[in-house]
Design a protein around this ligand. Structure first.
Ligand code: HEC
Length: 179
């Protein structure tokens, strides 16, 4: 009996260890699976057709601006139908999409400033559940004319939100609809 007992214990300990190992491994796999399944869903899609949306306003970032190197030139803001409601009410419904179309500027021979190549397309998409951590807005930047090259890494998005999130009373939006 004594011999039997001393044999049985190490076996059940091994079994326990195996069970714990299996439980942890499957928990990790499930977490990883959920994370990789959730990520593509969270990506803000390219705002196809935004050039036919409503033009909200434009601004020109001049050489005195601290970010002229990166942001200098024209910024045209566009809003889809849902976002127009947000400009009216101050609360943007889910599905609202805003675009900041950034183009370089260049001077013509007679001194007019005209649009140069596109720098990037910055997008905000409202989905209060999916983007709850960033004030209900998903942020993304598409490089130049590309619809697939994304510049919105996590640390970039954190900067977008750090600035836009200050507009608490206006649902993270800066621009106002120009009549
Ligand atoms: C330091 C502050 C700041 C940061 C950082 C910033 N923005 Fe903005 N953004 C602004 C301001 C100010 C405007 C309004 C410009 C105007 O009225 O012409 C704006 C406008 C916009 C708009 C048009 C809607 C609106 O709020 O008026 C979009 C879309 C946008 N930004 C996206 C982004 C994205 C994406 C990022 C991160 C990659 C980002 N922004 C980072 C300040 C910022």
């Amino acid at each position: 009996m004594a011999i039997h007992e001393s044999n049985a214990r190490p076996i059940s300990l091994v079994k326990w260890r195996r069970a714990i190992f299996l439980a942890l491994t499957s928990a990790c796999l499930v977490t990883w699976g959920l994370a990789s399944w959730a990520r593509p869903n969270d990506a803000v899609p390219y705002p196809t057709g935004y050039r036919h949306w409503t033009h909200v306003k434009s601004s020109l970032v001049g050489p005195k601006h601290p970010n002229f190197e990166r942001e200098g030139g024209f910024h045209h803001t566009y809003a889809n139908e849902k976002a127009l409601e947000g400009y009216r009410t101050g609360k943007f419904p889910d599905g609202s999409t805003l675009v900041d179309d950034g183009l370089e500027s260049k001077e013509t021979a007679n001194g007019a400033l005209i649009e140069g190549p596109r720098r990037r397309v910055a997008v905000m998409l409202k989905d209060s559940k999916r983007y709850a951590e960033t004030g209900g807005w998903g942020y993304e930047v598409f490089k130049g004319d590309s619809q697939t090259e994304r510049l919105g890494a996590a640390e970039v998005v954190a900067k977008c939100f750090a600035c836009h999130g200050q507009q608490k009373e206006r649902d993270s939006v800066f621009s106002e609809f120009r009549k």
